[in-house]
Write a new protein. Structure first.
Length: 375
């Protein structure tokens, strides 16, 4: 009986340790937010077999809102609650500019925690994402795609809309701009939760961590934690075509920057991969930049083939950024040889990408090989 009690206490303490940054409520009062984090790690067996390495994936798509962004959205909401800028059930609003998973996480959590989500996004965002956001009850404001230096760009539109409500003396509601790209809470929640979870799940045996960068929050937070635990853990940025981050990491140059007032075309990342790749430097990316050992470029064609390969060989139906990470994992395995333990993030499911990425991935050959992928 003592052993059972000790085990139970140990289990409870472990759970508390990794989730306490995300949830502080007692079990009876927990809602959907308590399901965020503590995501599983699995082995991608086909890629391990092929490379002689052990290749694992951290399943961020298992979060209740379907991606790693649940962690960030909850952390940003909690930070605003502590600062008394968000008060539950007062009609307070959360504004964010996002074409991706962050809006879905905010929409879900706004409902759960007593707020209204207002999402500004480019008007060419995929129909299934728009429908998902609307189904979740978010106010959706499509704007014309534009450069980050344009005041009507979706991030700027969200910032301005929040500021307008906040400045109105006749409007009793509070409005916050979540600002995932520049918000310190973003990389910190990955440092506090995602990084420690990976370290524990791997029993401290990890040679390489690989991820793309959207805001940069995941790679920065996880890199900081893992390097603190063991400075020899290799951090690899997986960068899609059209992104300037790989050049920045490998050669210290980027062909564009906000400071230089780029045009829309130069800011755009021309890829069917969604959620990663950028042609500007964000606060969150900068927090981890010096810890990234290497960037590996991945073409859209390679990502599409990898997505199909994982689906056919492993039953893993993943989004485009997960596929990019897996291509980079195989390239790393071949470059540095067998025996390495490599962890990638599977940020979201293929279901988020049906009308764009998976429309093309589906057309790839069922018998696609790794040689085809790397060709
Ligand atoms: N994959 C997907 C599908 C995403 O939506 C994002 C976030 N934009 C990322 C990866 C990258 O995460 P981060 O913003 O932490 O760099």
């Amino acid at each position: 009986a003592t052993a059972v009690l000790v085990n139970e206490l140990y289990r409870l303490l472990q759970h508390r340790d990794s989730s306490s940054h995300l949830t502080t409520l007692s079990p009876r009062t927990r809602g959907v937010e308590s399901l965020i984090g503590n995501t599983p790690v699995i082995e991608i067996k086909s890629l391990s077999r092929l490379t002689g390495c052990k290749i694992y994936a951290k399943l961020e798509l298992n979060n209740p809102g379907g991606s790693a962004k649940d962690r960030v959205a909850l952390a940003i909401i909690r930070a605003n609650e502590r600062a008394r800028k968000l008060r539950p059930h007062h009609g307070d609003l959360i504004f964010e500019g996002t074409s991706g998973s962050t809006g879905i996480s905010f929409a879900m959590l706004a409902n759960a925690l007593g707020y209204q989500a207002h999402i500004c996004l480019p008007d060419d965002t995929s129909p299934e994402k728009l429908q998902l956001l609307r189904s979740l009850g978010a106010v959706v404001e499509p704007v014309k795609p534009a450069s980050i230096v344009d005041p009507n760009q979706y991030t700027n539109a969200a910032r301005n809309a929040a500021a307008k409500i906040d400045a109105d003396p006749n409007d009793p509601r509070n409005a916050v701009f979540a600002d995932q790209f520049e918000n310190d809470a973003n990389w910190r929640i990955h440092y506090d939760t995602t990084g420690p979870e990976i370290w524990t799940q791997m029993d401290g045996n990890i040679d390489v961590f690989i991820n793309g960068s959207g805001t940069g929050g995941t790679i920065a937070g996880v890199a900081k934690y893992l390097k603190q635990k063991n400075e020899n853990v290799r951090i690899v940025l997986a960068d899609p075509q059209g992104s300037g981050l790989a050049n920045r990491v490998n050669y210290g140059v980027m062909y564009d920057s906000v400071e230089k007032e780029g045009t829309r075309r130069r800011h755009q990342v021309d890829t069917t991969v969604e959620g990663i790749g950028l042609n500007r430097l964000t606060w969150n990316f900068k927090q981890g930049e010096s810890l990234i050992d290497e960037a590996i470029r991945v073409t859209d064609d390679q990502a599409l083939k990898m997505a199909k390969y994982l689906c056919i060989n492993d039953g893993l139906f993943w989004g485009s950024s997960a596929a990019v990470n897996c291509v980079a994992a195989v390239k790393t395995a071949y470059k540095y040889g067998p025996g390495q333990k490599i962890v990638v993030v599977a940020c979201d499911s293929g279901a988020r990408h049906l009308s764009k990425f998976w429309k093309l991935a589906q057309q790839q050959n069922d018998d696609v090989t790794i040689d085809d992928i790397l060709a």
